[in-house]
Design a binder for this molecule. Structure first.
Ligand code: 0GY
Length: 314
């Protein structure tokens, strides 16, 4: 079903896949206090227009719809990340944070000229970080000096920087990232190419980046985005009965969870922007978690302790 094709005068990017309605109930029971630490709101466009500089136009995905999903899956809280389709206009994000009753924190996008008062307003609403995006299909990359200026402005607030990049770009960005003085959170393990070996040089560089920088965390999220075999790597009856999906991503995420148990986060990535071949059942995504965090202790750190430490420390 389409979620508001042209409401507010916005027409979705051709081929856009809408989020999955009626997700299944996960078999895995999330621990009390679990946080979905990577998700977005889109619009609604009629209320919160999409940014003129956006590279895609999504379907609407409102705060209320996000909170319904949270409750259905068994999460208690969300970290809502500003999506590039809203540029540096954080109004939809702030509205969602205010509606959450303290159960959501946010990561915003700001420009170099952001003022102290604007940052204070974002902080009061629940923002605790900014996102720097280096994925070329999503944004035109801003100059490094502007990012350094932003870091200097947000560091005194105790915020962190979320970075999103493709694995092939890490060598070029490695030194810049290593010099960020705040905590740094890498989206989706730096997007490894999972057709390559988790023991190969590309993923080794990412692991080295985390080993060498104790301030770097990562989200072990988005198997649906990284997977090549997709949700049905196993024979369909086995996959369905055991609710195993995206198994080709497991060796990467499990390695990271086990080596850095105190610096990992997990999120659904709802409403899953820009997926091309399938839209995940968010219930099945939750059932991916015990494949990569295999003990109750690792699960508690990933889903409860770590996100609380980073986002609800004040
Ligand atoms: C994600 C991934 C994507 C998009 C965005 O802000 C965004 O537009 O993050 C993507 O297309 O890979 O993490 O949501």
């Amino acid at each position: 079903m389409a979620h508001g094709d042209t409401i507010g005068g916005f027409e979705k990017t051709p081929g856009w896949l809408d989020w999955y309605e009626g997700p299944s109930t996960p078999t895995f029971r999330l621990p009390a206090g679990a946080v979905d630490a990577h998700c977005h709101v889109f619009g609604p466009g009629v209320e919160f227009p999409y940014a003129p500089e956006r590279k895609y136009t999504p379907c609407d995905a409102s705060a209320q719809q996000l909170f319904s999903l949270r409750d259905h899956l068994g999460f208690e809280r969300n970290v809502i990340v500003q999506a590039t389709c809203h540029g540096a206009d954080n109004r939809a994000l702030l509205d969602a944070l205010r509606r959450s009753g303290g159960r959501a924190r946010g990561v915003a996008t700001v420009r170099r000229d952001v003022t102290e008062d604007e940052l204070k307003e974002l902080h009061a609403a629940g923002v605790r970080g900014v996102r720097f995006n280096f994925v070329k299909r999503l944004v035109d990359r801003p100059p490094t000096e502007s990012l350094e200026e932003i870091v200097a402005k947000i560091a005194p607030l105790g915020w962190h920087v979320v970075i999103y990049f493709e694995a092939e770009d890490l060598p070029e960005l490695y030194d810049f990232f290593s010099n960020i003085p705040t905590d740094v959170v890498v989206d989706h393990m730096g997007r490894p190419d999972v057709t390559k070996s988790p023991d190969g040089p590309e993923f080794a560089l990412f692991l080295q980046f985390m080993r060498g920088n104790a301030n770097v965390w990562t989200k072990v999220s988005c198997p649906e985005r990284l997977s090549v075999t997709g949700p049905r790597a196993l024979p369909e009856d086995v996959a369905r009965s055991q609710r195993l999906a995206y198994t080709d991503v497991v060796p990467f995420a499990r390695r990271v969870v086990e080596e850095f148990p105190d610096r990992v986060l997990w999120g659904t990535d709802w409403p899953h922007p820009n997926l091309k071949d399938h839209m995940p059942d968010d219930g099945l995504l939750v059932d991916y978690i015990p494949q990569i965090a295999t003990t109750p202790e690792l699960q508690r750190k990933l889903l409860v302790d770590n996100p609380h430490r980073l986002y609800w420390r004040d």
